[in-house]
Design a protein around this ligand. Structure first.
Ligand SMILES: Cc1cc2nc3c(=O)[nH]c(=O)nc-3n(C[C@H](O)[C@H](O)[C@H](O)COP(=O)(O)OP(=O)(O)OC[C@H]3O[C@@H](n4cnc5c(N)ncnc54)[C@H](O)[C@@H]3O)c2cc1C
Length: 81
């Protein structure tokens, strides 16, 4: 799950050309999201359902915690604590 990956390694929630197939789980590609969270499991399911059923609702945005310097500093401090 935590191995390095490129965007083409995992299928999208609705693979290109599919009209009746939706994929869910931590192994579906959600750009910029972080695996091993409940949010990651929910987001592909929402994406697939909204897309396949033409539901116009917003997918909750991804909070870029990994870009936060507070989070990064906290990680460094914890790593050496
Ligand atoms: C110790 C631990 C702590 C965690 N802490 C957090 C946390 O604090 N915050 C957070 O956001 N996330 C946390 N996570 C991650 C989070 O729990 C998972 O990412 C999330 O539960 C995955 O949900 P899921 O529905 O995709 O898969 P799962 O919850 O794994 O659901 C998959 C389901 O499919 C069933 N299944 C599997 N194979 C078959 C089959 N062949 N036929 C029928 N059913 C099958 C399984 O029994 C299971 O019920 C933690 C995970 C662990 C292990």
């Amino acid at each position: 799950m935590f191995m390095p990956r490129v965007r083409s390694d995992r299928p999208l929630p609705v693979p290109s050309g599919c009209a009746k197939l939706g994929l869910i789980s931590q192994f579906v590609e959600i750009p910029d999201d972080l695996v091993f969270t409940v949010e990651y499991s929910v987001r592909p399911a929402q994406t697939a359902v909204y897309q396949l059923l033409n539901i116009s609702r917003e997918i909750p945005t991804i909070t870029p915690h990994d870009k936060s310097w507070v989070t990064q500093l906290d990680a460094v401090l914890k790593a050496f604590a």
